[in-house]
Design a protein around this ligand. Structure first.
Ligand SMILES: O=P(O)(O)OC[C@H]1O[C@H](O)[C@H](O)[C@@H](O)[C@@H]1O
Length: 315
């Protein structure tokens, strides 16, 4: 690509993506890769070392600000969903982030050479509407085995402020009816389809036959999404993000979304590392860190290895 420009850091390439939006390409030496749009600080692609796409991105995603990109990993901040006074999912996914050329030291991801640091600071308009100033630093990194790692650090300057948060990860699956999710059995959840009422999940791994929109509470650090047809298991590990949202719009809602194909619900599942039930409150000068790590492994690693007890112990 002749419009690519190598930045001083050797770890990524900056180029123009869809509709001329800036995007960063990360490539790990063994062949895995990821793409991050500065619009939204939004990961739109994550490929393994065979070049297979692991994230779902709608064929109808518009890439037209101020609409958020449909698919990949939108960042819901400083508000998840309608849990507050801001627009749905807050504003971070609709803002232009910048590359942070001089981030303060990051203690994590030392092994990774393929990474980029982004930063979001509120505009004057955001501060007028929301009255809080903050610095949101996001590092997107690829591990040597192709794992995708997202770490955020939020520091804040003026009066106390509270936020809710989600990495709204759209995983690509072969066929939703062939997918099983392990790690959320027997947990309490708020059902967005039933006025956020609280229920308790039954003891079996989750399978999918209709629309689902649930916020699981106090979840373990590890969740597994097993795609039987692809013989692939996604393992989602998280720190500092106690909740997990599971969302699939199914057929009716899919048809109602302009930027989502009618049948695309069959090929995606959102599993979102989140902090929703108990908002995080930061005092001036305090910093908050949350981390998501995604890996995709062959499904010989499947059911049983992630029994709830082991998951809870983080083994
Ligand atoms: O259409 P969006 O604003 O991107 O939201 C998409 C979905 O996000 C989350 O998963 C929520 O729990 C859903 O209620 C919502 O429909």
């Amino acid at each position: 690509m002749n419009n690519d420009k190598i930045l001083p850091s050797p770890s990524f390439t900056l180029s123009k993506g869809i509709n001329g939006l800036d995007k960063v390409l990360l490539r790990e030496s063994r062949g895995s890769s990821a793409e991050v749009y500065l619009y939204g600080g939004h990961v739109t692609s994550w490929k393994n070392d065979h070049g297979e796409e692991l994230l779902f991105l709608s064929s109808k995603a518009t890439f037209k600000p101020p609409k958020a990109i449909r698919g990949g990993i939108p960042i819901c901040f400083p508000q998840f969903g309608s849990h507050g006074t801001l627009d749905q999912h807050g504003f971070a996914r609709n803002r232009f982030w910048t590359i942070d050329d001089d981030p303060p030291p990051f203690p994590t991801n030392n092994l990774s050479k393929a990474f980029v640091d982004l930063i979001l600071k509120p505009s004057e308009e955001d501060i007028k509407n929301w009255n809080h100033s903050f610095e949101y630093r996001l590092r997107v990194a690829l591990g040597p085995g192709g794992d995708l790692m997202l770490t955020y650090r939020i520091r804040h300057a003026n009066s106390d402020f509270s936020f809710t948060f989600a990495y709204h990860t759209y995983l690509s699956v072969s066929d939703i009816s062939e997918v099983r999710l392990e790690g959320l059995e027997t947990l309490d959840y708020l059902d967005n389809l039933q006025n956020k009422e609280r229920f308790t999940e039954q003891g079996d791994a989750l399978t999918f036959e209709s629309e689902v929109d649930k916020i699981y509470l106090s979840t373990p650090t590890k969740i597994a999404i097993i795609d039987h047809e692809k013989k692939r298991t996604f393992v989602l590990r998280k720190d500092g993000l106690p909740d997990a949202v599971v969302w699939n719009p199914w057929d009716k809602k899919a048809k109602a979304m302009a930027d989502f194909g009618d049948d695309e619900y069959k090929h995606m599942l959102c599993v979102e590392a989140a902090n929703i039930e108990k908002a995080i409150t930061l005092k001036p000068g305090e910093e908050w860190k949350g981390r998501l790590e995604l890996s995709a492994v062959p499904s010989s690693y499947c059911s049983g290895q992630l029994d709830p007890q082991r998951v809870l112990q983080g083994s």
